[in-house]
Design a binder for this molecule. Structure first.
Ligand code: HEM
Ligand SMILES: *[C@@H]1O[C@H](CO)[C@@H](O)[C@H](O)[C@H]1NC(C)=O
Ligand SMILES: *[C@@H]1O[C@H](CO)[C@@H](O)[C@H](O)[C@H]1NC(C)=O
Length: 285
């Protein structure tokens, strides 16, 4: 019962809590927050180039990146319980994108961490959706087709497991370049007991750089996942794709905007976790 009352109260204050993101939120409460995060990203990236992909993906999926613990530890030492894990992720992603050749952008901060991590809330669209089906999920969050194509440009870094594109290489797929199909068959054919589901780069040209190569590649039928290739083929999105392929600056500008926009959706302002992996111990109310 008490819990229910709390929940209703929570719903009532939610609209107030939602409207509080701004650039430089920690300027007073934790002036070094952004530079502490940047230093952690820099340290980690020098050892492991794949963290940019992991961070970008985290915005979309609820999986965890260890870098975050490192940054959180440093921040808890300097300004305890001030900077939320959600903001650390947002800032770290921004820095990793920039350090991987992408645009720099200012991100609003002031997020709190959610009290629940409900697997049902993580609504990742599958890789074999059509463009119009994938767009349903984005439109539900007030994102445009242009936003969606731009954000899928995040597939300019990182990898996909064979299980996500196996059906495209076991049967001939006329929408895939034959050279790529052969390469992927060889990667996935090497599956073994210790590595049952190998991975392939999503961007065949520059797999660690945040750039417009992904769009050039899918223009050459070199998209690995079906949804990526569909972007270049579907009349709903292909003009946006060729625009990005032709103009690197345009992609940089739009990517920065779309990342900020994505970071602003579903900001549920609740608590600041001490440890980014677990919820704070509940006090009895
Ligand atoms: C329709 C939308 C999307 C679909 C269907 C989709 C699907 C997928 C799938 C199936 C993978 C492979 C995962 C694996 O093999 O473990 C993947 C990887 C990835 N996705 Fe997406 N994704 C979408 C949108 C996005 C967005 C909006 C972003 C970020 C802005 C993003 C960033 C990434 C990154 C960076 C990777 C590589 C991860 C890594 O190497 O660690 N994706 N995506
Ligand atoms: C939806 O997006 C439009 C344009 O991008 C913006 O003006 C509007 O405020 C957004 N609405 C909501 C509810 O976020
Ligand atoms: C590329 O995009 C930028 C940014 O929108 C724009 O200012 C520029 O005119 C475009 N260049 C070409 C050649 O279209």
């Amino acid at each position: 019962m008490r819990l229910k009352v709390t929940f209703v109260l929570f719903l009532l204050i939610l609209p107030l809590a939602l409207a509080n993101l701004r650039v430089g939120f920690y300027r007073r409460s934790c002036p070094n927050a952004e530079s502490i995060v940047r230093a952690a990203v820099r340290r980690r990236l020098s050892r492991d180039k794949s963290i940019t992909a992991a961070l970008l993906r985290m915005h979309f999926h609820d999986c965890f990146v260890r870098l975050i613990d490192e940054a959180k530890k440093a921040l808890e030492a300097t300004c305890p319980s001030k900077v939320s894990c959600a903001d650390i992720i947002t800032l770290a992603t921004r820095d990793a994108v920039f350090l991987s050749g992408g645009p720099f952008y200012f991100v609003p901060t002031g997020r709190r961490d959610s009290l629940v991590s409900d697997p049902d809330e993580v609504n990742l669209p599958g890789p074999i959706l059509t463009v119009s089906e994938a767009f349903q999920a984005f439109r539900a969050k007030n994102m445009s087709m242009d936003d969606m194509v731009t954000l899928l440009g995040a597939h300019t870094v990182g990898v996909a497991h064979c299980s996500f594109f196996l059906d495209r290489i076991t049967r001939p797929d006329p929408t895939m370049d034959r050279g790529l199909a052969a390469k992927l068959r060889s990667i996935c054919g090497a599956a073994s007991g210790t590595n049952p589901d190998p991975t392939a780069f999503l961007d065949q040209a520059t797999p660690f750089a945040v750039d417009n190569q992904f769009f050039k590649q899918i223009g050459l039928k070199r998209g690995v996942m079906k949804i990526d290739q569909e972007l270049a083929n579907d009349p709903l999105s292909r003009r946006i794709v060729s625009g990005f392929a032709a103009n690197a600056t345009l992609f940089r500008t739009r990517f920065a905007q779309a990342m900020v926009k994505m970071g602003n959706i579903q900001v549920l302002v609740r608590e600041i976790r001490k440890n980014c992996r677990v919820f704070n111990p509940r006090r009895r109310i």
